[in-house]
Design a protein around this ligand. Sequence first.
Ligand code: GRF
Length: 200
Amino acid sequence: KRVAILISGRGSNMSALIDAARAPNFPAEIVVVISNRPDAAGLARASEAGIATKVIDHKPFGKDRAAFEAVLKSELAAQRVDLICLAGFMRLFTREFVEAWDGRMLNIHPSLLPSFPGLDPHGQAIRAGVKLTGATVHFVIPEMDSGPIIAQQAVPVEDDDTSDTLAARVLAAEHQLYPQALKLVAEDRVRIVDGCTRVS
Ligand code: GRF
């Protein structure tokens, strides 16, 4: 399977996916990394890893998401992309775009969804006093941080955690989880049944 990774920033999950995909029997190849921000640090990391990169700056498109997506769409077609992995990609898509990639677009969120969607999930977890949080890889649907859950990993919350210490612990779990989830999807082992996944 040919995979595009979409980023907006640091790209540590992107790097984890690139590294995993280098293994000889990995069922997916990262063919392009696309950023909506020209200054995303992940772009340099992707180039160093020998992966094609592309910047599609959303700013010139203003509120016209469909126009931004038209450019994105042509890049995905040019690279013959089968699967999209969102990895710290901070833009929402139109319903049309999401539906066109139904069951073929993955996202990672640093909480055990459906708990703590949206911004500052680690702060949300600490304020809620949960003892476990974690990471979730899910298929993307039009509603943010929702959609059929592919894989999750739990991470303990320590009494003295700050958002930053918790984020670092969860991030290490994310780097394990995302490649595992992509592998399952790329091997066609994940079916969606009634909005949930069944893994064979
Ligand atoms: C990760 O915590 C990811 O779960 C969230 O944004 C962060 C991106 O980090 N969606 P990175 O760019 O992968 O380092």
